[in-house]
Design a protein around this ligand. Structure first.
Ligand SMILES: C[S@@+](CC[C@H](N)C(=O)[O-])C[C@H]1O[C@@H](n2cnc3c(N)ncnc32)[C@H](O)[C@@H]1O
Length: 254
């Protein structure tokens, strides 16, 4: 019991520190110092991104927990560098923090581009400002549009090499189906989906007692989404139990 309340204290404290991951359901994060150690020995957060993350945390501490952590950002940039995508789409921009990490890994000299969408116009404007202040406006376009309409109006001639899904969790399945049905993902492309283990509430058959109603509903949606992808023969996928649960999806080989 004492150990659990100590853990709760560590989690609370970690949520308010600059480098904390946005969700701390994993005992490895924060509690054992694994997150801090990994972050300290990973690519450093570029100063412009640090400024933007800190400003977001100062302005709206609870809202800003939506952002990926610096460690996840370094992972995303590394994924982009390894994959060398020409066209990347992010669904769910918030103030542009993860978009900037993705853009950080892009081969901009080769003309690689990123589009990111945010349905809230005011937030989209902040993202636009942040991206410009980081000097990346030439490579990143912020679309102040709902994710579904971005996908539905996407020009299928511009195949996407990487799609990062991090918008409203309740519509993940719709976004995945649109991507697959519209044929806008490059054959060797990848979809990366965030939060698929959502606070550790998705893998349990029953929602934990006392779970907040909205959180349980989101967890149920994500459970259905994970099952949907797992049973789709068009794709292969892996769920990594890191951060808040990250799913990597590729088209299956014919
Ligand atoms: C988890 S946050 C994104 C965080 C961001 N990817 C990061 O790590 O810095 C999700 C964002 O998606 C936006 N959003 C929610 N529903 C959306 C929709 N249907 N279309 C586009 N954006 C949406 C929310 O307003 C919110 O800013």
């Amino acid at each position: 019991m004492r150990a659990l309340s100590a853990l709760a204290r560590v989690r609370r404290r970690a949520l308010h520190t600059a480098a904390a991951p946005r969700t701390l359901w994993s005992f490895l994060d924060g509690a054992a110092g694994v997150y801090g150690y990994a972050a300290a020995h990973s690519e450093a957060e570029p100063p412009a991104l640090q400024r933007i993350r800190r400003a977001a945390l100062a302005e709206a501490p609870a809202e800003a927990q939506k952002m990926i952590s610096p460690l996840q950002g370094a992972f995303m940039a590394s994924l982009v560098r390894a994959q060398r995508p020409s066209a990347v789409l992010e669904l769910g921009c918030y103030v542009g923090y993860s978009a900037l990490w993705l853009a950080h890994g892009l081969d901009r000299a080769a003309g690689a581009r990123l589009w990111t969408c945010e349905r809230d116009p005011e937030t989209a404007q902040k993202a636009q400002h942040n991206i410009a202040s980081a000097g990346l406006a030439g490579a990143v376009t912020v679309l102040a549009q709902p994710a579904a309409s971005v996908l539905e109006s996407w020009d299928p001639a511009t195949k996407l090499d990487l799609i990062f899904i991090d918008a409203n969790k309740s519509a993940y399945q719709q976004y995945y189906d649109l991507v697959m049905d519209l044929g806008i993902l490059h054959d060797r492309g990848q979809i990366v989906v965030d939060n698929v283990l959502f606070h550790g509430k998705v893998h349990t058959a029953q929602p934990p007692a006392g779970a907040a109603g909205k959180q349980s509903r989101i967890a149920a949606k994500l459970r259905a989404f994970n099952e949907h992808v797992a049973s789709d023969p068009r794709t292969s996928q892996v769920i990594l139990p890191v951060f808040d649960g990250l799913m990597l999806i590729q088209k299956a080989r014919p």
